[in-house]
Design a protein around this ligand. Structure first.
Ligand code: ADP
Ligand code: MG
Length: 890
């Protein structure tokens, strides 16, 4: 395996020879396969992946389980073999359950990771194709362009204006100019090897062809392994807060255990018995299922979100989503369909509405608009047949190419007449782009006043173009632009814009002699304004209903767009966004102090003509108002805002790799409605966790109360260790699993977002735990009182009854806490719950009724009428929980 250490000192020909590739056709796919065998996949090795064995082993090191094992060993020494065996059985069951939960969660996360892998443009067998970056091998010829993350260590062989930000490797924040020529010093530092680009760095400008030199762990990034750029695994805020809660409960459990043990010993029980009882009480209090339920709920939740087109990149996002109070969204493509059509063309003296309803011979100026629109444009026609026009490219640009076709101007024919020599790419700060062309054929009358061989075409936002225009093209020729013209253009522009039309302007200028190495940006001045085109981009129908949902859910939708204010306002109105006091633009933002902006931001919901930098300020202001902000972005410059937002949302289709990397979540369909569905899922997940916590703590409190107060009814040990542990296993373990995956509540989006500052156990939750615990305690005491026969203390029928009743109460509790929906429907809506309930019932009945098995648990078969009583008590309990829910809603 060669490492090609000094590739940066070689000439391009040497590079091609050494890597045995071709600058025309790249590698052949067979050669690529051979090299994959030699060099392996282009992936960074993961921080050791947990093996299933390790996962299983770890289950036995959980504190809870360790306590149980110790208890089992001690009871073994004390001659209590049955207890030893049953505690060990329960330990094994606990471990299996924990293992299944963790295994499923791990698998769900692995599936998500796979999806986060970026695609790369590679040339193989002479064809450009997109492959997953992990399949790159040394020698592959690839294309990297602005917005990409460099997929391997590569040598640049052809470039236009390439700039790369290498902070990930060198810490240098300013992008570096890259070129293809050899660097003389072999041992120059990484930052000086300007013909190399390194894995994990960001292409901020331009485009380049490059040859892959090193892949995977051989790359510079691989050398500093650990810096892995995919789905992150970190403790979520909720997880850490639950850890905290767990600690308190452990202390509570310890205290309760000691108290129960002391009471027992004082009443004459042996130390050994009470030691075991104490341990089981402790185990019963601590919700050991909690961390596992949380992990699996989050992991399964993110999988559910994926099915609805939201890819979660960072697990904490799942829970933060539920608390979002403001969603800041792009307009184009997110709130609108991004299916653009040119409907209007305006130039001095001619305006064509309903283009191209009446095909006609268009005047020269209209054609000039269309030609500039098609040539100053990176979209390409893939096939042009009758009725079947397929265009590849960004929608705005594709629409312009299409409009030209409708007027009989085919882009590649135009290009052969006026080939492109260079360009200044579009960026959302300048809001325009320019291309430079050779006027090979001046034949047509269009360019008759141009004396040079070269011309620059420009298209972009009309205000941006007007500020550079010195002349205007009229029906008769070119004349200096004056205020009268500017007013006329602006009026026509605003009239279109107020209907929600997106507008692009066109301009051109003579270029005396084109020089590739000159600063092309300087040429963007003194242009001749030609006209403009109006494009319709209908709002997404799903966005409209999503915005409605936001409102009932107490979430404020905010539009942030680079588009023109009137266009933005018109679309916002159509979508139902509150216009409030109007809009703010980048210019007006610039004049406001942070305090002033904060005040404005609290009300303004439309931001137009803003640059990516403004987004960061808007996020900051919103956050200092206490809002939890979700913010969308697609460009490289959006990254800081995406990182700063509580939920950074990148676009899956149109987004750059860099923005995806900075995001917490990727919208696979670029659709605003998907953010809202994710919020809904996020809320459902939180609801489920709370449900589980209430269920688990209420039940645990109930059981502790029984253990503590049973002596009042005359019995010292209400439930023996095995019975307690068993109940705990079924409820915390099995039923908890079922509750953790309840579907979203219908009213989920009819209430305000949950504050992130609120404790998990808020007042209503604590109240719930308290009264359900008490009720269980009371019912249990009643059962003991009624069934315990003082004259025959050795008879344990009462205990079986108690055991069965508590079991049914817990099942009833879970049922009562479920999301409200039709009873029959709910059996299907959460199949896991139904299965788990049935399983619990079967297991419960087996330990009561199956001979020998019930000996093991010191249980006796119940008379059928007593079983019915236990069941009815469960139903009563369930109904009370339901009632609470109905009361709370009032
Ligand atoms: P949005 O925030 O709605 O996505 P953009 O940032 O994409 O808006 O566009 C902002 C402005 O830049 C547009 O109103 C348009 O005038 C101009 N513009 C957009 N795309 C192009 C392009 N490909 N070429 C030239 N100008 C463009
Ligand atoms: Mg855009």
């Amino acid at each position: 395996m060669k490492l090609f250490e000094n590739i940066h000192t070689e000439t391009i020909d040497e590079v091609v020879e050494e890597l045995n590739t071709s600058l025309k056709s790249g590698l052949s796919s067979t050669e690529a396969q051979t090299r994959t065998r030699e060099y392996g996949l282009n992936v960074l090795e993961e921080r050791e992946r947990k093996s299933p064995w390790k996962m299983l082993f770890e289950q036995f090191t959980e504190t809870m389980v360790v306590i149980l094992i110790i208890a089992a060993v001690i009871s073994g020494f004390l001659g209590k073999e049955i207890e030893t065996i049953s505690i060990l059985t329960i330990v094994v069951l606990f471990a299996i359950l924990g293992f299944i939960q963790e295994f499923r969660a791990e698998k769900a996360m692995a599936a998500l990771k796979k999806l986060a892998v970026p695609l790369v443009k590679v040339i193989r067998d002479g064809k450009t194709q997109e492959i997953a970056s992990k399949h790159l091998v040394p020698g592959d010829l690839i294309i990297i362009e602005a917005g990409n993350i460099v997929p391997a260590d590569v040598r640049i062989v052809e470039t236009s204006n390439l700039k790369i930000q290498e902070a990930a490797l060198t810490g240098e924040a300013d992008p570096i100019d890259k070129r293809a020529q050899a660097v003389s010093k072999p041992d120059s530092p990484l930052g000086d090897r300007v013909n190399m680009a390194y894995m994990g760095t960001n292409v901020t400008l331009g485009r380049s062809k490059a040859v892959v030199v090193r892949t995977g762990m051989s790359t510079e990034l691989g050398k500093i392994a650990g810096l892995i750029q995919d789905v992150q695994k970190e403790k979520t805020p909720l997880q850490s807060r639950l850890d905290q809660l767990g600690k308190w409960l452990a202390i509570g459990g310890g205290v309760a255990a000691v108290m129960v043990a002391i009471v027992g010993i004082m009443m004459g029980e042996t130390f050994v018995d009470m030691f075991l009882v104490g341990i089981s009480v402790a185990v019963a209090v601590i919700p050991e299922g909690l961390p596992a339920v949380l992990t699996i709920t989050l992991a399964l939740g993110s999988q559910r979100m994926l099915k609805r087109n939201a890819l979660i990149r960072k697990l904490p996002a799942v829970e933060t989503l539920g608390s979002v109070t403001v969603i800041c969204s792009d307009k184009t493509g997110t709130l609108t369909e991004n299916k653009m059509t040119v409907t209007t063309i305006e130039s001095a003296g001619v305006s064509i509405h309903n283009f191209p309803l009446v095909p006609q011979k268009y005047p020269d100026n209209v054609l000039l608009n269309l030609i500039i629109g098609a040539l100053c444009n990176d979209a390409e026609i893939k096939s042009v047949q009758e009725e079947d026009l397929s265009i590849l490219g960004e929608p705005t640009e594709a629409a312009l190419v299409e409009a030209a076709v409708k007027a009989g101007l085919i882009k590649h024919n135009l290009e052969s007449q006026w080939p492109r020599l260079g360009e200044v790419p579009f960026d959302s700060n300048r809001m325009r782009m320019s291309t430079f062309h050779h006027l090979r054929d001046k034949g047509s009358s269009l360019f008759r006043e141009i004396n040079s061989e070269h011309v620059m075409f420009m298209k972009g936002a009309v205000d941006s173009l007007l500020s550079l225009s010195s002349h205007i093209k009229t029906e008769t020729g070119v004349e200096p632009i004056n205020d009268e013209w500017v007013t006329r253009i602006k009026n026509a522009h605003d009239e279109m814009a107020s209907k929600g039309v997106r507008i692009l302007g066109f301009a051109y200028r003579t270029v005396d002699a084109f020089d590739q190495n000159a600063n092309l940006y300087d040429l963007e001045d003194e242009v001749i304004f030609v006209g403009m085109a109006g494009l319709i981009d209908p709002p997404r129908s799903a966005a409209k209903s999503a915005i409605k949902k936001c409102k009932t859910a107490g979430i404020r939708p905010v539009m942030i767009t680079g588009d023109y204010p009137l266009t933005a306002l018109a679309i916002a109105k159509e979508l139902g966004i509150d216009i409030g006091p109007g809009y703010l633009t980048s210019e007006s933002l610039g004049k406001l102090s942070d305090e002033e902006l904060q005040k404005k931001v609290a009300k303004v919901s439309v931001f137009a003509r803003v640059a990516p930098e403004d987004k960061l300020r808007i996020v900051n202001c919103l956050q200092s108002l206490g809002e939890v902000v979700a913010m969308t972005g697609d460009g490289i410059n959006d990254s800081p805002a995406l990182k700063k937002a509580n939920i950074g949302v990148a676009m899956g289709i149109t987004g750059t790799d860099v923005s995806k990397e900075a995001s917490d979540m990727v919208l696979l369909d670029d659709n605003f409605a998907t953010i809202v569905t994710s919020v809904e899922e996020g809320r459902a997940i939180f609801d489920n966790l709370l449900r589980f916590i209430k269920f688990s703590l209420g039940g645990n409190l109930g059981k502790v109360l029984v253990m503590l107060f049973a002596p009042i009814a005359g019995v010292i040990i209400a439930l023996n260790p095995m019975q307690l542990l068993w109940l705990n296993l079924l409820t915390d373990g099995l039923m908890g699993l079922g509750l953790g995956v309840e579907p979203a509540e219908k009213e989920n989006m009819d209430r305000p977002p949950r504050s992130t500052k609120k404790p998990i156990l808020d007042k209503p939750a604590i109240t719930h735990v308290a009264w359900t615990g008490l009720l269980m305690g009371l019912i249990a005491m009643g059962v003991i009182y009624y069934y315990y026969d003082r004259s025959r203390p050795e008879d344990t029928y009462w205990q079986s009854m108690l055991f069965a009743t508590i079991g049914f109460i817990q099942i009833g509790h879970a049922f009562g806490l479920r999301a409200s929906s039709h009873f029959v429907l709910s059996a299907v809506s959460n199949l896991a719950f139904t299965v788990v309930t049935l399983l619990t019932l079967i297991l419960q009945l087996s330990v009561i009724y199956v001979p020998r098995l019930n000996d093991f648990f010191s249980l006796m078969p119940l008379k059928i009428e007593d079983l019915a009583v236990a069941m009815v008590l469960g139903v009563v309990y369930s109904v009370s929980v339901r009632l609470e829910k109905i009361l709370m809603k009032r």
